[in-house]
Ligand binder design. Structure first.
Ligand code: ADP
Ligand code: MG
Length: 493
């Protein structure tokens, strides 16, 4: 079946002169409004360059967008409940822990803090549920009500740590609105949904800070050695500083936390003689961010403290690929969301997810993937992009791991085939004008949830982001230089 296609929001191609002119304006708009990143090749803290962006917003069916927005609170609650179900996490992760050192290290911290007694029962979840439209309708023409170029959206993953683009999401709408106005198409902006992700996410940090309730305490952002995605992070700081001038934010690497932060006798995390109220991780999700035992010790220290963590270690574990796969198993969702319609609504967003454990179903999954590797994505227990395997690499990996326990650290997922749209991607140092190319998009819906095992204080959907990549690229990380910033243009089909 050929891949379905959406029509772009204005007829393309644009006339060459118009295109060159609007790109020049848009690049300046980008630089002057923080649509930027640090340059990986010529790194300097004195400059940012434009982040790659799609010139025009990408079509997304309005009903599907609304459904995704409406489901977010349910997904927040699901993640919260999973994070607080010790047995489920233990059972789900046990095989992966044997072979995946990184997940095992996280798990060990979780076991340790539980044994010592959890100092802070409240967690802050700032989640992002990533979805793609599936354009292959599983129904026949007679059954599917519309049989339009899409059928429905499917979940790619849920991020529970360092869910980025709270700033770059909303600002993508702004830059594309500016571009549409410059092209004389300002009337189309009404189809671009409002996006308050930045203030929404920051409201989570502020609420957690107030819940912590210690005057003069501070917030701590845990950051990488070098933050290429600096605008996205800093705008959170700027937003909090404007809304709540009393909240001072520190930025520290795990290594600096090891050096500078300590626990006092009340298990408060102390930095510069100030109590840390909230810890927000923008790092700590991949092995390279823990180059030595010092970083792991720092992570443990934070987890042992009374600070409200985003995420707590069990929230990070709940965001693993293995948990996502386990939730798709028969009966799993019902355990958390009950046997009613809500579990059904969540089940509908799952595409095929298969364990590769050493049992009958794991064997069947291996057979299935070897027979038709193009139909799947093979995923290790990793975050941050660039770790998954596709096509021929899946076959090679499975043939190698077939008789090794290593395979239990992977999950097999059916590949989603999103509809195409033609568009222009503007890149730093890229060709001007850029070629008209086939693109596909991935939508992320943000959620904030604050609560303990027994009580949820807040649960809301707070905005969205859209990333778009070349149709033939496997992955679309913007910071990795593959994807581009975008925003949805809602279609009434
Ligand atoms: P990570 O934690 O590394 O971000 P993801 O599961 O989000 O891992 O996968 C990374 C990227 O790979 C996604 O952003 C998407 O572009 C692509 N991808 C992942 N799963 C699928 C899938 N089932 N179908 C199609 N593309 C996928
Ligand atoms: Mg992802």
């Amino acid at each position: 079946m050929s891949q379905a296609r959406f029509t772009s929001c204005i007829p393309l191609p644009l006339e060459q002169k118009t295109l060159v002119g609007v790109i020049e304006k848009a690049k300046d708009w980008a630089l002057m409004h923080g649509v930027g990143m640090r340059d990986r090749k010529n790194f300097t803290k004195d400059a940012i360059q434009i982040a790659p962006f799609v010139l025009l917003p990408s079509p997304f069916p309005r009903t599907e967008f609304n459904k995704a927005v409406e489901l977010q609170q349910v997904l927040n609650e699901l993640m919260h409940k999973v994070a607080h179900n010790d047995d489920f996490l233990e059972h789900t992760l046990q095989n992966a822990l044997q072979v995946d050192e990184f997940t095992a290290n996280l798990y060990e911290i979780w076991v340790k803090v539980r044994k010592e007694g959890i100092a802070q029962p409240v967690s802050l979840g700032m989640l992002r549920s990533d979805i793609m439209l599936e354009s292959r309708c599983p129904h026949t023409e007679n059954q599917c009500a519309k049989h339009t170029p899409y059928c429905s959206w499917k979940q790619v993953e849920i991020n529970s740590i360092a869910s980025g683009f709270g700033h770059l999401g909303p600002v993508s709408r702004e830059i594309q609105s500016y571009i549409l106005r410059q092209l004389g198409c300002g009337d189309l902006i009404k189809n671009m949904p409002e996006n308050k992700a930045l203030s929404g996410l920051c409201s989570g940090i502020i609420e957690a800070y107030d819940l912590f309730g210690v005057p003069g305490s501070v917030a701590l952002f845990v950051v990488e050695e070098v933050s290429y995605n600096i605008c996205d992070q800093r705008f959170h700081e700027f937003e909090i500083s404007e809304t709540r001038p009393d909240i001072i934010i520190y930025r520290k690497t795990l290594n600096e936390i090891f050096e500078e932060a300590s626990l006092n006798d009340k298990k408060q995390l102390m930095l510069d003689d100030k109590v840390v109220a909230v810890v927000y991780y923008r790092s700590g999700y991949e092995p390279a961010q823990y180059p030595s035992q010092r970083e792991w010790d720092a992570r443990l220290r934070v987890e042992q403290s009374t600070a409200i963590k985003c995420p707590s270690i069990h929230y990070q574990l709940a965001g693993t690929k293995k948990v996502q796969q386990a939730l798709a198993a028969p009966g799993a969702l019902e355990q958390f969301l009950g046997a009613g319609a809500i579990s059904g609504r969540v089940r509908d967003i799952f595409t095929g997810l298969y364990s590769l454990d050493f049992d009958d179903s794991g064997e069947r999954a291996v057979e299935m993937a070897l027979a038709d590797a193009e139909r799947f994505v093979l995923k290790p227990q990793r975050e941050g992009g660039g770790n998954n395997l596709y096509g021929a690499d899946i076959r090679e990996a499975l043939l190698r791991m077939r008789h090794s326990r290593e395979r239990a650290a992977y999950i097999l997922m059916e590949r989603i085939l999103p509809p195409l749209v033609s568009g222009y991607v503007v890149r730093p140092g890229g060709q001007v004008p850029p070629p008209l190319t086939d693109l596909v998009s991935e939508l992320g819906i943000f959620g904030v949830i604050i609560g303990s095992k027994d009580k949820i204080y807040s649960n809301r959907q707070v905005g969205h982001m859209l990333r778009t990549k070349l149709a033939d690229a496997n992955e679309g990380g913007v910071a990795a230089g593959l994807g581009a910033l975008d925003s949805p243009y809602l279609l009434d089909l």
